[in-house]
Design a protein around this ligand. Structure first.
Ligand code: PLP
Length: 451
Protein backbone atom coordinates (compact mmCIF):
# COMPACT_ATOMS: atom_id res chain seq x y z
CA UNK A 1 0.00 0.00 0.00
CA UNK A 2 1.51 3.38 -0.95
CA UNK A 3 2.12 5.80 1.90
CA UNK A 4 0.16 8.99 1.14
CA UNK A 5 -1.48 11.99 2.82
CA UNK A 6 -4.70 9.97 2.85
CA UNK A 7 -3.41 7.32 5.21
CA UNK A 8 -4.81 7.47 8.77
CA UNK A 9 -2.64 9.67 10.95
CA UNK A 10 -1.99 6.89 13.47
CA UNK A 11 -0.52 4.69 10.76
CA UNK A 12 1.67 7.50 9.44
CA UNK A 13 2.92 8.15 12.98
CA UNK A 14 3.69 4.49 13.55
CA UNK A 15 5.73 4.29 10.35
CA UNK A 16 7.46 7.54 11.23
CA UNK A 17 8.42 6.24 14.66
CA UNK A 18 9.61 2.93 13.20
CA UNK A 19 11.84 4.29 10.45
CA UNK A 20 12.47 8.00 10.61
CA UNK A 21 15.17 9.48 12.84
CA UNK A 22 14.29 13.13 13.50
CA UNK A 23 16.87 15.90 13.87
CA UNK A 24 17.00 17.72 17.24
CA UNK A 25 14.32 15.45 18.72
CA UNK A 26 14.08 13.23 21.78
CA UNK A 27 12.85 10.09 20.05
CA UNK A 28 11.40 8.53 23.20
CA UNK A 29 9.36 11.63 23.99
CA UNK A 30 8.21 11.85 20.39
CA UNK A 31 7.14 8.23 20.31
CA UNK A 32 4.73 8.74 23.19
CA UNK A 33 2.77 11.42 21.34
CA UNK A 34 3.69 10.85 17.72
CA UNK A 35 4.85 13.64 15.43
CA UNK A 36 2.35 16.06 13.95
CA UNK A 37 2.19 15.20 10.25
CA UNK A 38 2.22 18.35 8.12
CA UNK A 39 0.60 17.74 4.76
CA UNK A 40 0.32 21.06 2.96
CA UNK A 41 0.88 24.80 3.28
CA UNK A 42 -0.17 28.09 1.79
CA UNK A 43 0.91 31.66 2.60
CA UNK A 44 1.63 31.70 6.34
CA UNK A 45 -0.44 28.60 7.11
CA UNK A 46 0.20 24.88 7.43
CA UNK A 47 -2.32 22.05 7.57
CA UNK A 48 -1.78 18.76 9.37
CA UNK A 49 -3.03 15.29 8.48
CA UNK A 50 -6.11 15.83 10.63
CA UNK A 51 -7.04 18.93 8.65
CA UNK A 52 -6.12 21.41 11.40
CA UNK A 53 -4.91 24.82 10.27
CA UNK A 54 -1.72 26.06 11.94
CA UNK A 55 -0.20 29.55 11.80
CA UNK A 56 3.52 29.23 11.06
CA UNK A 57 5.22 31.77 13.26
CA UNK A 58 8.64 30.38 12.32
CA UNK A 59 8.53 30.33 8.48
CA UNK A 60 9.51 26.68 8.72
CA UNK A 61 13.00 26.95 10.16
CA UNK A 62 13.35 30.72 9.69
CA UNK A 63 13.44 30.22 5.95
CA UNK A 64 10.14 30.47 4.05
CA UNK A 65 10.50 34.21 3.56
CA UNK A 66 8.10 34.58 0.63
CA UNK A 67 5.54 32.25 2.23
CA UNK A 68 4.26 28.89 1.07
CA UNK A 69 2.45 28.00 -2.13
CA UNK A 70 4.29 30.07 -4.73
CA UNK A 71 3.80 27.98 -7.83
CA UNK A 72 6.28 30.14 -9.78
CA UNK A 73 9.07 28.41 -7.85
CA UNK A 74 7.65 24.99 -8.69
CA UNK A 75 7.50 26.02 -12.35
CA UNK A 76 11.08 27.29 -12.27
CA UNK A 77 12.19 23.95 -10.80
CA UNK A 78 10.26 21.93 -13.38
CA UNK A 79 11.61 24.01 -16.30
CA UNK A 80 15.17 23.61 -15.05
CA UNK A 81 14.75 19.88 -14.42
CA UNK A 82 13.61 19.37 -17.98
CA UNK A 83 16.40 21.45 -19.48
CA UNK A 84 19.39 20.55 -17.31
CA UNK A 85 18.50 18.71 -14.09
CA UNK A 86 22.07 18.44 -12.94
CA UNK A 87 25.49 19.42 -13.88
CA UNK A 88 28.39 20.34 -11.67
CA UNK A 89 30.47 23.47 -11.47
CA UNK A 90 33.75 21.65 -10.79
CA UNK A 91 36.68 21.19 -13.17
CA UNK A 92 36.21 24.07 -15.62
CA UNK A 93 32.45 23.81 -16.29
CA UNK A 94 29.58 26.07 -15.33
CA UNK A 95 25.91 26.55 -16.15
CA UNK A 96 23.50 29.42 -16.55
CA UNK A 97 21.54 29.14 -13.27
CA UNK A 98 24.75 29.23 -11.20
CA UNK A 99 26.13 32.15 -13.25
CA UNK A 100 22.89 34.11 -12.98
CA UNK A 101 22.42 33.46 -9.27
CA UNK A 102 26.01 34.37 -8.37
CA UNK A 103 25.71 37.59 -10.39
CA UNK A 104 22.38 38.46 -8.74
CA UNK A 105 23.71 37.83 -5.23
CA UNK A 106 26.73 40.02 -6.03
CA UNK A 107 24.33 42.83 -7.03
CA UNK A 108 22.36 42.54 -3.82
CA UNK A 109 25.27 42.07 -1.42
CA UNK A 110 26.81 45.18 0.15
CA UNK A 111 30.28 46.55 -0.58
CA UNK A 112 32.59 44.46 -2.71
CA UNK A 113 31.12 41.08 -1.76
CA UNK A 114 31.09 40.09 -5.41
CA UNK A 115 31.89 36.37 -5.43
CA UNK A 116 29.84 33.34 -4.41
CA UNK A 117 31.00 29.85 -3.48
CA UNK A 118 27.87 27.69 -3.45
CA UNK A 119 26.99 24.94 -0.99
CA UNK A 120 23.92 22.88 -0.26
CA UNK A 121 23.19 24.37 3.16
CA UNK A 122 24.28 26.86 5.78
CA UNK A 123 26.33 24.20 7.58
CA UNK A 124 28.25 23.37 4.43
CA UNK A 125 28.80 27.05 3.72
CA UNK A 126 30.28 27.60 7.18
CA UNK A 127 32.54 24.59 6.71
CA UNK A 128 33.63 26.23 3.46
CA UNK A 129 34.36 29.42 5.40
CA UNK A 130 36.57 27.59 7.89
CA UNK A 131 38.70 26.06 5.18
CA UNK A 132 38.61 29.07 2.88
CA UNK A 133 39.75 31.53 5.54
CA UNK A 134 42.58 29.32 6.76
CA UNK A 135 43.67 28.72 3.17
CA UNK A 136 43.47 32.46 2.46
CA UNK A 137 45.88 33.26 5.29
CA UNK A 138 48.21 30.47 4.17
CA UNK A 139 48.29 31.89 0.64
CA UNK A 140 49.01 35.33 2.13
CA UNK A 141 52.08 33.87 3.82
CA UNK A 142 50.55 33.80 7.30
CA UNK A 143 49.80 30.09 7.80
CA UNK A 144 49.80 30.49 11.57
CA UNK A 145 46.62 32.60 11.36
CA UNK A 146 44.17 29.72 11.88
CA UNK A 147 42.07 30.40 14.96
CA UNK A 148 38.40 31.29 14.61
CA UNK A 149 36.76 33.26 17.36
CA UNK A 150 33.03 32.69 17.68
CA UNK A 151 30.42 33.19 20.38
CA UNK A 152 28.78 31.07 23.04
CA UNK A 153 25.22 30.15 22.16
CA UNK A 154 25.82 30.89 18.47
CA UNK A 155 24.34 28.52 15.91
CA UNK A 156 26.28 28.02 12.69
CA UNK A 157 25.13 24.53 11.69
CA UNK A 158 25.37 20.86 12.56
CA UNK A 159 28.39 19.53 10.65
CA UNK A 160 31.58 19.01 12.67
CA UNK A 161 33.06 22.32 11.52
CA UNK A 162 29.95 24.44 11.72
CA UNK A 163 28.82 22.97 15.06
CA UNK A 164 32.30 23.76 16.39
CA UNK A 165 31.92 27.33 15.20
CA UNK A 166 28.57 27.31 16.98
CA UNK A 167 28.59 27.83 20.70
CA UNK A 168 25.90 25.40 21.83
CA UNK A 169 27.14 23.43 24.86
CA UNK A 170 24.68 20.61 24.28
CA UNK A 171 25.95 20.14 20.74
CA UNK A 172 29.61 20.27 21.75
CA UNK A 173 29.03 17.59 24.36
CA UNK A 174 28.03 15.10 21.65
CA UNK A 175 30.74 14.14 19.19
CA UNK A 176 33.76 15.65 20.89
CA UNK A 177 33.48 19.27 19.79
CA UNK A 178 34.67 21.90 19.25
CA UNK A 179 37.41 21.03 16.77
CA UNK A 180 40.81 22.53 17.61
CA UNK A 181 41.42 26.15 16.69
CA UNK A 182 37.93 27.43 17.49
CA UNK A 183 37.34 29.47 20.65
CA UNK A 184 34.25 31.21 21.98
CA UNK A 185 33.58 34.51 23.72
CA UNK A 186 30.37 35.57 25.46
CA UNK A 187 27.25 36.63 23.60
CA UNK A 188 25.88 40.19 23.80
CA UNK A 189 22.73 39.14 25.66
CA UNK A 190 21.94 42.17 27.78
CA UNK A 191 18.61 41.03 29.26
CA UNK A 192 20.01 37.71 30.43
CA UNK A 193 23.57 38.63 31.33
CA UNK A 194 23.84 42.41 31.52
CA UNK A 195 23.44 42.71 35.30
CA UNK A 196 23.62 46.33 36.41
CA UNK A 197 25.21 47.63 33.21
CA UNK A 198 23.28 49.76 30.75
CA UNK A 199 22.78 48.10 27.36
CA UNK A 200 25.35 50.51 25.86
CA UNK A 201 28.00 49.67 28.48
CA UNK A 202 27.28 45.98 28.20
CA UNK A 203 27.49 46.02 24.38
CA UNK A 204 30.96 47.57 24.58
CA UNK A 205 32.08 45.20 27.31
CA UNK A 206 31.04 42.14 25.36
CA UNK A 207 32.62 43.42 22.14
CA UNK A 208 35.87 44.09 23.99
CA UNK A 209 36.03 40.42 24.91
CA UNK A 210 36.98 39.95 21.27
CA UNK A 211 39.96 42.26 21.70
CA UNK A 212 40.96 40.53 24.93
CA UNK A 213 40.78 37.14 23.24
CA UNK A 214 42.85 38.34 20.27
CA UNK A 215 45.50 39.74 22.60
CA UNK A 216 45.50 36.55 24.67
CA UNK A 217 45.96 34.34 21.60
CA UNK A 218 48.22 36.74 19.71
CA UNK A 219 46.87 38.60 16.70
CA UNK A 220 49.11 36.67 14.32
CA UNK A 221 47.22 33.49 15.23
CA UNK A 222 43.67 34.76 14.79
CA UNK A 223 42.13 34.18 11.37
CA UNK A 224 38.56 35.36 11.72
CA UNK A 225 35.64 36.30 13.90
CA UNK A 226 32.31 34.77 12.91
CA UNK A 227 28.92 35.89 14.19
CA UNK A 228 25.28 36.22 13.28
CA UNK A 229 24.24 39.89 13.13
CA UNK A 230 21.37 38.84 15.42
CA UNK A 231 21.77 35.43 17.06
CA UNK A 232 18.76 33.50 15.84
CA UNK A 233 18.62 29.95 17.15
CA UNK A 234 20.34 31.18 20.32
CA UNK A 235 17.11 32.99 21.15
CA UNK A 236 16.95 36.08 18.90
CA UNK A 237 19.62 37.93 20.85
CA UNK A 238 19.55 41.51 19.55
CA UNK A 239 22.86 43.14 20.46
CA UNK A 240 22.99 46.61 22.02
CA UNK A 241 23.74 49.37 19.49
CA UNK A 242 27.30 49.79 20.74
CA UNK A 243 28.24 46.19 20.03
CA UNK A 244 28.76 45.89 16.28
CA UNK A 245 30.67 49.17 15.71
CA UNK A 246 33.16 48.08 18.38
CA UNK A 247 33.49 44.59 16.87
CA UNK A 248 34.12 46.19 13.48
CA UNK A 249 36.79 48.47 14.94
CA UNK A 250 38.56 45.53 16.57
CA UNK A 251 38.51 43.36 13.43
CA UNK A 252 39.89 46.27 11.38
CA UNK A 253 42.60 47.05 13.93
CA UNK A 254 43.97 43.50 14.20
CA UNK A 255 43.52 42.38 10.59
CA UNK A 256 40.96 39.74 11.46
CA UNK A 257 38.51 38.61 8.79
CA UNK A 258 34.91 39.25 9.73
CA UNK A 259 32.43 36.55 8.71
CA UNK A 260 28.77 37.51 9.07
CA UNK A 261 26.51 34.48 9.23
CA UNK A 262 23.43 35.79 7.42
CA UNK A 263 21.66 32.44 7.19
CA UNK A 264 18.72 33.76 9.22
CA UNK A 265 19.22 37.53 8.97
CA UNK A 266 19.61 37.58 5.18
CA UNK A 267 17.04 38.15 2.46
CA UNK A 268 14.73 40.60 4.17
CA UNK A 269 14.38 39.21 7.69
CA UNK A 270 15.53 42.47 9.32
CA UNK A 271 13.98 44.69 6.63
CA UNK A 272 17.29 44.92 4.75
CA UNK A 273 18.63 42.47 2.22
CA UNK A 274 21.21 41.50 4.83
CA UNK A 275 21.37 41.90 8.60
CA UNK A 276 24.87 43.38 8.21
CA UNK A 277 23.24 46.41 6.59
CA UNK A 278 20.97 46.87 9.60
CA UNK A 279 24.01 47.23 11.87
CA UNK A 280 26.45 48.82 9.40
CA UNK A 281 28.73 45.75 9.50
CA UNK A 282 31.32 45.41 6.69
CA UNK A 283 32.01 41.66 6.48
CA UNK A 284 34.69 40.04 4.33
CA UNK A 285 32.50 36.96 3.94
CA UNK A 286 28.78 36.36 4.43
CA UNK A 287 27.20 32.94 4.93
CA UNK A 288 23.84 32.60 3.19
CA UNK A 289 21.20 29.86 2.93
CA UNK A 290 17.54 29.57 4.05
CA UNK A 291 15.86 32.74 2.66
CA UNK A 292 18.02 32.54 -0.47
CA UNK A 293 15.50 30.04 -1.85
CA UNK A 294 12.83 30.62 0.82
CA UNK A 295 13.52 27.00 1.72
CA UNK A 296 11.92 25.69 -1.49
CA UNK A 297 15.23 24.07 -2.42
CA UNK A 298 18.32 23.35 -0.30
CA UNK A 299 21.02 25.86 -1.19
CA UNK A 300 23.59 27.95 0.63
CA UNK A 301 26.81 29.75 -0.04
CA UNK A 302 29.67 31.96 1.01
CA UNK A 303 29.65 35.48 -0.42
CA UNK A 304 33.24 36.63 -0.60
CA UNK A 305 34.84 40.08 -1.00
CA UNK A 306 37.14 41.01 -3.89
CA UNK A 307 40.39 40.84 -1.97
CA UNK A 308 39.78 37.37 -0.50
CA UNK A 309 38.53 36.03 -3.83
CA UNK A 310 41.53 37.52 -5.65
CA UNK A 311 43.95 35.97 -3.14
CA UNK A 312 42.30 32.58 -3.60
CA UNK A 313 42.37 32.82 -7.36
CA UNK A 314 45.93 31.56 -7.67
CA UNK A 315 46.02 27.78 -7.42
CA UNK A 316 43.32 25.30 -6.62
CA UNK A 317 41.11 25.38 -3.51
CA UNK A 318 40.52 21.67 -2.87
CA UNK A 319 36.94 22.05 -1.75
CA UNK A 320 33.44 21.69 -3.19
CA UNK A 321 30.19 19.81 -2.95
CA UNK A 322 28.48 17.71 -5.61
CA UNK A 323 25.55 20.08 -5.28
CA UNK A 324 27.51 23.36 -5.22
CA UNK A 325 25.37 25.65 -7.37
CA UNK A 326 22.88 22.89 -8.19
CA UNK A 327 21.01 24.13 -11.27
CA UNK A 328 17.51 23.39 -9.96
CA UNK A 329 18.20 24.96 -6.58
CA UNK A 330 19.82 27.95 -8.27
CA UNK A 331 16.87 28.43 -10.65
CA UNK A 332 14.46 28.31 -7.72
CA UNK A 333 16.57 30.76 -5.71
CA UNK A 334 16.62 33.17 -8.66
CA UNK A 335 12.85 33.02 -8.91
CA UNK A 336 12.60 33.60 -5.16
CA UNK A 337 14.84 36.68 -5.40
CA UNK A 338 12.76 37.95 -8.33
CA UNK A 339 9.60 37.70 -6.22
CA UNK A 340 11.23 39.33 -3.19
CA UNK A 341 12.26 42.25 -5.36
CA UNK A 342 9.37 42.67 -7.81
CA UNK A 343 6.74 42.36 -5.11
CA UNK A 344 8.69 44.75 -2.90
CA UNK A 345 8.47 42.35 0.02
CA UNK A 346 11.16 44.30 1.89
CA UNK A 347 8.97 47.37 1.48
CA UNK A 348 6.08 45.43 3.01
CA UNK A 349 8.31 44.41 5.92
CA UNK A 350 9.51 47.96 6.53
CA UNK A 351 6.29 49.86 6.00
CA UNK A 352 3.66 47.40 7.23
CA UNK A 353 4.66 44.16 8.89
CA UNK A 354 7.64 45.10 11.08
CA UNK A 355 6.06 48.24 12.60
CA UNK A 356 2.84 46.32 13.26
CA UNK A 357 4.71 43.37 14.76
CA UNK A 358 6.89 45.64 16.89
CA UNK A 359 3.84 47.16 18.54
CA UNK A 360 1.74 44.02 18.86
CA UNK A 361 4.68 41.95 20.10
CA UNK A 362 5.79 44.55 22.64
CA UNK A 363 2.29 44.39 24.15
CA UNK A 364 3.20 40.93 25.52
CA UNK A 365 5.59 42.59 27.96
CA UNK A 366 2.72 43.14 30.39
CA UNK A 367 2.23 39.38 30.75
CA UNK A 368 3.30 38.07 34.17
CA UNK A 369 5.64 35.49 32.59
CA UNK A 370 7.32 37.91 30.19
CA UNK A 371 10.46 39.85 31.11
CA UNK A 372 11.16 41.50 27.74
CA UNK A 373 9.44 41.42 24.36
CA UNK A 374 11.67 42.61 21.52
CA UNK A 375 11.82 42.52 17.75
CA UNK A 376 13.83 43.71 14.75
CA UNK A 377 12.16 43.41 11.37
CA UNK A 378 10.30 40.11 11.49
CA UNK A 379 12.48 38.49 14.14
CA UNK A 380 11.05 38.58 17.64
CA UNK A 381 11.57 37.10 21.08
CA UNK A 382 10.09 37.18 24.53
CA UNK A 383 12.17 36.28 27.58
CA UNK A 384 10.21 34.23 30.10
CA UNK A 385 11.06 34.81 33.72
CA UNK A 386 9.71 33.68 37.08
CA UNK A 387 10.63 37.10 38.50
CA UNK A 388 10.56 40.24 36.39
CA UNK A 389 12.43 42.31 39.00
CA UNK A 390 15.51 40.08 39.11
CA UNK A 391 15.23 38.80 35.50
CA UNK A 392 15.67 35.30 36.94
CA UNK A 393 15.86 32.32 34.60
CA UNK A 394 13.79 29.17 34.50
CA UNK A 395 15.72 25.90 34.56
CA UNK A 396 16.54 24.71 31.04
CA UNK A 397 14.81 21.36 31.34
CA UNK A 398 11.61 19.76 30.08
CA UNK A 399 8.55 20.80 32.03
CA UNK A 400 9.68 24.39 32.60
CA UNK A 401 8.04 27.47 31.13
CA UNK A 402 9.67 27.51 27.70
CA UNK A 403 8.79 23.91 26.95
CA UNK A 404 5.25 24.32 28.26
CA UNK A 405 4.68 27.53 26.32
CA UNK A 406 5.88 25.93 23.10
CA UNK A 407 3.56 22.98 23.71
CA UNK A 408 0.68 25.33 24.41
CA UNK A 409 1.46 27.31 21.23
CA UNK A 410 1.34 24.14 19.19
CA UNK A 411 -1.88 23.07 20.89
CA UNK A 412 -3.29 26.50 19.97
CA UNK A 413 -2.19 26.03 16.35
CA UNK A 414 0.73 28.41 16.37
CA UNK A 415 4.30 27.35 15.60
CA UNK A 416 6.56 29.33 17.91
CA UNK A 417 9.87 27.94 19.12
CA UNK A 418 11.53 28.18 22.47
CA UNK A 419 15.22 28.35 23.24
CA UNK A 420 15.73 27.92 26.96
CA UNK A 421 13.51 30.60 28.40
CA UNK A 422 13.19 32.66 25.25
CA UNK A 423 10.25 32.20 22.90
CA UNK A 424 11.11 33.19 19.35
CA UNK A 425 9.22 34.03 16.17
CA UNK A 426 10.26 34.53 12.57
CA UNK A 427 7.12 34.44 10.41
CA UNK A 428 7.05 34.57 6.61
CA UNK A 429 7.81 38.13 5.48
CA UNK A 430 4.48 38.40 3.67
CA UNK A 431 2.48 38.14 6.90
CA UNK A 432 -0.42 40.63 7.12
CA UNK A 433 -1.30 42.81 10.12
CA UNK A 434 -4.38 40.63 10.69
CA UNK A 435 -2.27 37.48 10.92
CA UNK A 436 0.27 39.24 13.14
CA UNK A 437 -2.60 40.02 15.52
CA UNK A 438 -3.70 36.38 15.39
CA UNK A 439 -0.13 35.23 16.06
CA UNK A 440 0.21 37.51 19.08
CA UNK A 441 -3.25 36.53 20.39
CA UNK A 442 -2.37 32.83 20.18
CA UNK A 443 0.98 33.49 21.82
CA UNK A 444 -0.78 35.27 24.67
CA UNK A 445 -3.23 32.39 25.11
CA UNK A 446 -0.30 29.97 25.25
CA UNK A 447 1.45 32.15 27.84
CA UNK A 448 -1.75 32.30 29.91
CA UNK A 449 -2.04 28.54 29.81
CA UNK A 450 1.63 28.08 30.72
CA UNK A 451 1.41 30.50 33.64
N1 PLP B 1 23.85 29.53 10.37
C1 PLP B 1 22.76 30.00 11.02
C2 PLP B 1 22.78 31.39 11.56
C3 PLP B 1 21.62 29.20 11.13
O1 PLP B 1 20.55 29.66 11.80
C4 PLP B 1 21.64 27.91 10.56
C5 PLP B 1 20.45 27.04 10.66
O2 PLP B 1 19.54 27.28 11.42
C6 PLP B 1 22.80 27.47 9.93
C7 PLP B 1 23.88 28.31 9.85
C8 PLP B 1 22.90 26.10 9.36
O3 PLP B 1 22.18 26.04 8.20
P1 PLP B 1 21.69 24.62 7.64
O4 PLP B 1 20.69 24.10 8.62
O5 PLP B 1 21.11 24.98 6.28
O6 PLP B 1 22.87 23.75 7.50
Amino acid sequence: QPITNHMPTAELRALDAAHHMHPFTDAAALEKKGARVITRADGVRLWDSEGTEILDGMAGLWCVNIGYGRTELADAAARQMRELPYYNTFFQTTHVPAIALAARIAELAPGDLNHVFFAGSGSEANDTNLRMVRHYWAVKGKPEKTVFISRKNAYHGSSMGSASLGGMQAMHSQGGLPLPGIVHIDQPYWYGEGGDMTPAEFGLARARQLEEKILELGEDRVAAFIAEPIQGAGGVIIPPETYWPEIQRICDKYEILLVADEVICGFGRTGHWFGSQHFGIRPHIMTIAKGLSSGYQPIGGSVVCDEVAETLSHGEFYHGYTYSGHPVAAAVALENLRILEEEDILGHVNRVAAPHLAEAWASLADHPLVGEAVSVGLLGAVALTPDKATRAKFAAEPGTAGFVTRERCFANNLVMRHVGDRMVISPPLIITPGDIDLLVARARTALDEAH
